[in-house]
Design a protein around this ligand. Structure first.
Ligand code: MG
Length: 258
């Protein structure tokens, strides 16, 4: 019996860095009437607000069943029904020294490899407190250029070659943190052992549920994908090709819900 349905965000609930469509907002509301729902992503809480929370039309009682895990669950937020705000339950952040070293390694490494974009859309390196993220074309390209920006992102490194090169160059210089290929143009640097399995494990501890009670939906469940660690820890998963598949998954879950 599943108690909690967990979703990846980018490409699973919405196009990368874009708001969730109405069909998803409705689907999430109907799911919240029956289940707890967790959304876990490498993105920051602000990104969750823009993409998901601002698009949800649900009662505060249902909001309280939503579990928001930015930056792979190094931060965990729940809605406080009494004071009506998103309360941070815990955070696990990088130190100032770590952040400075990460920033320098990324910038020097990207310049050395010719991957440092001279005219980025927004910051190339984003400080998400518990995670530093390199976004090759600038983190706001999708917002600023719309579909054209998303197209450029997909075209930038389809084989992951550029991101793998940069990771292989800087990872040895940063031995107290972990460097991983993130979304379509990004590298994520976190404390060691922080991936989506870390977040789901923390959630299990916080809620006192078992992994058998969770169903996870994501678009990157292949072995090198950023959703794979959840599958590897033995949680039941459903893979979607992209967010267009997800409403059907939600209908399927609701269809078998008693
Ligand atoms: Mg994804």
């Amino acid at each position: 019996m599943k108690k909690l349905i967990a979703f990846d965000l980018d490409n699973t609930l919405a196009e990368s860095k874009s708001p969730i469509p109405d069909v998803m907002s409705n689907g999430l509301r109907r799911l919240l009437e029956k289940y707890d729902v967790c959304i876990i992503s490498g993105g920051s809480f602000v990104q969750f607000e823009k993409q998901v929370i601002s698009r949800l039309d649900v009662s505060v009682e249902l909001l309280a069943k939503l579990h928001i895990m930015p930056t792979c669950g190094t931060r965990y937020y729940r809605f406080d029904v009494i004071d009506k705000y998103w309360r941070m339950i815990y955070h696990n952040d990088l130190t100032i020294d770590q952040k400075q070293r990460i920033r320098k390694a990324i910038e020097d490494g990207a310049k050395q490899l010719g991957l440092w974009e001279e005219n980025p859309y927004g910051d190339i390196i984003e400080d998400r407190e518990s995670q530093m993220t390199y976004s090759a074309l600038g983190q706001d390209i999708g917002e600023q250029l719309g579909e054209e920006g998303i197209k450029r992102k997909y075209e930038w490194d389809p084989s992951k070659k550029k991101r793998n090169m940069l990771r292989d160059l800087i990872a040895p210089m940063l031995d107290d943190v972990e460097v991983r290929v993130g979304g379509i143009t990004s590298l994520d640097v976190t404390l060691p052992g922080v991936d989506k399995a870390y977040g789901i494990t923390k959630l299990i501890e916080e809620l006192g549920i078992s992994k058998e009670e969770i169903l996870f939906v994501g678009d990157m469940l292949q072995e090198d994908g950023n959703d794979y660690p959840v599958k590897a820890m033995g949680v039941a998963t459903i893979e979607v090709r992209n967010y267009n598949d997800t409403p059907f998954v939600i209908e399927g879950i609701l269809g078998v819900t008693t």
